[in-house]
Structures are given as C-alpha cells and as structure tokens.
Ligand binder design. Structure first.
Ligand code: HEC
Length: 116
C-alpha cells in the first residue's frame, strides 16, 4: 500500500476514534448543547425530594413560589447554576445534572401553581 494511502487510513482511524470518544463525554463539554430542561409531573415529584434535601432548611422560612414567579424549567435550570450569584446567602447547588433538572421541573411547577 502506498505511503499516502497509509497516512490517509491512519488519519481516518484517528478521526473516527476522536468522534467516538467525544460522543461519550457529558453534554455541555466543549460547548456541545445539552437538551433544555423540561417540566413533567414525574420530574417535579423527584425535584421536590431534591428541594427537601438541599433547600428546605432555609426555604421553609423563605417561600420560594413568589421568588420563582414566571420561571419555566430552562430558566430555573439556569438559575440553579448560579445560586450564590442570586443571593450570597445561598451555597452553590450540589447534585447531579439529573437532580438539577428535576429541581428545575419542580420550581417551574411551583411557579405555575401546580407543584406536587
Ligand atoms: C443557607 C440558606 C439557603 C439555602 C440552603 C438555599 N437558599 Fe435560596 N435563598 C436564601 C436567601 C436568604 C434568599 C434571599 C431571600 C430574599 O430576601 O428574597 C434566597 C433566595 C432564593 C431565590 C430567589 C433568588 C432571586 O432571584 O431573588 C431562589 C430562586 C432560591 N433562593 C432558590 C433556592 C434553591 C432552589 C435552593 C436549593 C438548591 C436554595 N435556594 C437554597 C437562602 C438559601
């Protein structure tokens, strides 16, 4: 096989491996877009548990419904990424991306008056 063909084959293999590896990385890496957060009753119910664990010790006293008025799930998801910026009293959200999406669904449901 001529050297040029061998180089071309090697380059193709490297590219294919790179593409395969990239597809295994979490969405959001290198600017790849994660799907937008959505609100479903199941997610909202999960999100209520996340809220109980991470927010309730403060927000039992500080009602959240008026503070998330008008928020949809993508807006809530975005806000959860910068809680200390919204209010310096708040610690950063600690949890998996799935927890964050569930909590965003709960907050959107709360905003719309249909929280589980
Ligand atoms: C250490 C206590 C504490 C914890 C924990 C906490 N918060 Fe807060 N949060 C606050 C305080 C204080 C405010 C400001 C309340 C005010 O004066 O309006 C606030 C405000 C907010 C607001 C309104 C922000 C705005 O734009 O004005 C949202 C939304 C919120 N919290 C969501 C959450 C969520 C969701 C969690 C759990 C992941 C959480 N907080 C955990 C103390 C806390």
């Amino acid at each position: 096989m001529p050297a040029r063909t061998r180089y071309a084959l090697a380059a193709a293999v490297v590219l294919a491996l790179g593409a395969a590896l990239l597809s295994q990385l979490p969405a959001g890496t290198f600017g790849r877009r994660a799907p937008p957060a959505v609100e479903t009753p199941e997610l909202a119910a999960q999100g209520k548990r996340v809220l109980t664990q991470q927010c309730w010790h403060c927000h039992r006293e500080i009602p959240l419904a008026p503070r998330v008025a008008g928020w949809d799930a993508p807006r809530a998801y975005e806000a959860l990424g910068r809680l200390p910026e919204l209010n310096p009293a708040m610690p950063p959200f600690r949890g998996t991306d799935a927890d964050r999406r569930a909590l965003a669904a709960y907050l959107a449901a709360l905003a719309a008056g249909r929280a589980p």
